[in-house]
Design a binder for this molecule. Structure first.
Ligand code: TXA
Ligand code: MG
Length: 321
């Protein structure tokens, strides 16, 4: 394991907060995926995130806060619906896109007039954000801690694979419990818009708001995570219907193609040669393991990855995305 990976002890968290305050980059666990953090109010520190990730600098970042009391430092004109969502789901896997205050500069917002805010629930993230706030910090900007275009990291080792050597410190807090990114909700006036499905279900949001968020459309704020290629592994991956999977395996075998499979219900054929992962059958377990499974299949260096298509019902929306 990389030398920058350190167990997230109280002492390590203090050192990480000090590193953030100096303008350095620190990777840390959240309940969704690992984040690549920098002082959100320091434009130079924020710019270092983009060069470490190799990400275009006009992509806005999420600012992570220790608790909802910091919301009004970053956002103004907060709709009642947004406050209700914050109260219900923070700390947790929900990001709110809101009109920014001057504290949210162009570096962190990609020049948009809105800012993304979230209070993560992971105890290490909470402790780090509290320690950073105790040093006078206002919030930590953090995209997922992967190189641009790679699968998001759900362990410290994934972060080290992608960014080792490019960050001051990687706090190891174990595997992420949710495993997929936060749900992103924006507001057009009072109208809620879903920009990215994620750890909080659309149903749960609809129950709080009394209406389901509409799909965010062009003209609405951008969410780069909704590009199809954003989460793509390097090996070509194909979604295959459970019923079609056996035939597809035979077809590729006849063409002598090496195949890696992410199955869910379909059993591994006795004569299958290659990497076969049987994913958890439930949506939560499937999401938790998804990115680690995709990394493992990618590492198998097959000619193709076949993914058994997940179910079509609402519980699986964020996974399918
Ligand atoms: O679960 C998560 O959200 C993780 C953890 C680390 O918190 N973070 C994460 O960050 O997924 P990132 O940068 O990989 O994805 C954030 C998404 C991007 O697609 C970005 O475009 C969108 O949030 N976003 C951020 N601020 C925005 C804004 N002001 N308007 C529209 N979209 C915004
Ligand atoms: Mg990302």
């Amino acid at each position: 394991m990389n030398a920058t990976v350190v167990p997230a002890t109280a002492d390590a968290i203090e050192r990480a907060a000090a590193a953030l305050a100096r303008g350095s980059l620190v990777a840390f666990p959240t309940e969704t995926v690992y984040g690549l953090g920098a002082d959100a109010a320091n434009p130079d520190a924020v710019r270092a995130i983009f060069s470490a990730k190799g990400r275009p600098a006009d992509h806005p970042l999420i600012v992570h806060l220790p608790d909802a009391s910091h919301l009004d430092a970053w956002a103004r004109g907060v709709p009642d619906g947004a406050r209700a969502l914050a109260q219900t789901f923070w700390p947790g896997p929900l990001t709110l896109i809101l009109p920014r205050t001057p504290l949210a500069g162009d570096a962190v917002t990609g020049g948009q007039d809105t800012v993304g805010l979230r209070v993560p629930a992971h105890p290490v993230a909470q402790a780090l954000l509290a320690a950073f706030a105790a040093r006078g910090g206002h919030g930590v900007a953090a995209p997922s801690a992967n190189r641009y275009g790679h699968v998001s990291p759900t362990t410290a080792a994934h972060v080290a694979d992608d960014l080792g050597g490019r960050v001051a410190m990687i706090l190891d807090g174990g595997a992420c419990a949710v495993g997929i990114e936060s749900t992103i909700v924006a507001f057009d006036g009072d109208l809620p818009l879903l920009l990215r499905p994620g750890g909080v279900s659309v149903d749960a949001i609809a129950r709080v708001l009394g209406q389901a968020p509409e799909a965010g459309t062009a003209g609405a704020p951008r969410a780069s995570g909704s590009h199809a290629s954003h989460y793509a592994p390097r090996t070509a991956a194909f979604l295959v219907d459970a019923r079609a999977l056996p035939t597809e395996l035979l077809r590729l075998r006849e063409r002598d193609e090496a195949v890696a499979v992410l199955a869910r219900g379909v059993a591994r054929p006795d004569d299958f040669e290659g990497r076969w992962i049987a994913a958890p059958p439930d949506a939560e377990g499937y999401a938790r393991d998804l990115y680690a499974n995709l990394r493992a299949l990618d590492a198998a260096q097959a000619d193709a990855i076949l993914i058994e298509a997940p179910p079509g019902d609402a519980a699986w929306t964020a996974v399918r995305d």
